[in-house]
Ligand binder design. Sequence first.
Ligand code: PBG
Length: 324
Amino acid sequence: MFPLRRNRRLRTSPAVRSLVQQTLISPNDFIVPLFVVEGNGIKEEIASMPDYYRYSLDLLKKEVQLLWDMGLKSVLLFVKVPDHLKDNKGTEAINKDGLMQRAIKTVKDVAPGMYVMTDVALDPFSSFGHDGIVENNKILNDATCEVLAQMSISHAQAGADMLAPSDMMDGRILYIREALEEEGFTDTGIMSYSAKYASAFYGPFRDALDSAPGFGDKKTYQMDPANRNEAIKETLMDIDEGADIVMVKPGLCYLDIVRDIKNEVDVPVSVYQVSGEYSMLKAAAEKGWLNHDAVMMEQTIAIKRAGADLIASYFAKDVVKLIS
Ligand code: PBG
């Protein structure tokens, strides 16, 4: 007797392996997160994110041009706000001439075709480092949604193509969608961080923006990593409220959730491979314990195989360099 099915036949050469390969990665898969700071001539490395930087607007231009030339067509903007501009209501977030608003215009000036997404949440602007307005140590839901809607309009006016609310307040997608429609921004989209977990993997990001919560944690709004059902519930609600794209965050530890959601919804699913996931691999690679490029590709493919249509990733440039 011989094995009737020899699965190894389709693995015998690089050519046949590439013919049967199911998951392919291209520059079209990526959203590139970018950190922006006030100033001139600044490109500063984030201590806990080796080889990832904060840019002042002049150097942001060069970076955006580089991304565009590499075929990367979408960025997700975050700003680092100095302490003296932070308050409980995130007033600076709706400043017409705020850093975010200028960053949006800068990207569009350099690469008009670049699809510009913006993070919509109060934490980088909040004196408490929380994603909402604080009262008696509690995060107010509806009052926060009002500010998020104003912030969204402000980003749309500056030229943002898509808003990415990352706060996890209830009902914020509807608040934002309604405000956009009223102001005539019918083509401005919403990518909702719909299944966002209260994760310790956000640590390096909070270093990057100096946005760690000043008291407590984010467990009254971000989801419990132990839970599956509410990921589906949150996501379906966001779609009903008008989300064009939904997101699961973080990535690797939550790929079961990605697949569940992919099977459930008819809108594109994005995955945020977050800062801690990036830093973990960089650190292991620095120590010589993991092969950086091989593990990076394996992770990226795993995220896409799980069901991601889009990946927000700090590895975007590294991956595209490797595959081109
Ligand atoms: C802010 C926000 C966070 C991230 C994206 N938007 C941090 C947080 O919720 O504390 C995390 C991204 C990352 O870790 O790469 N609302």
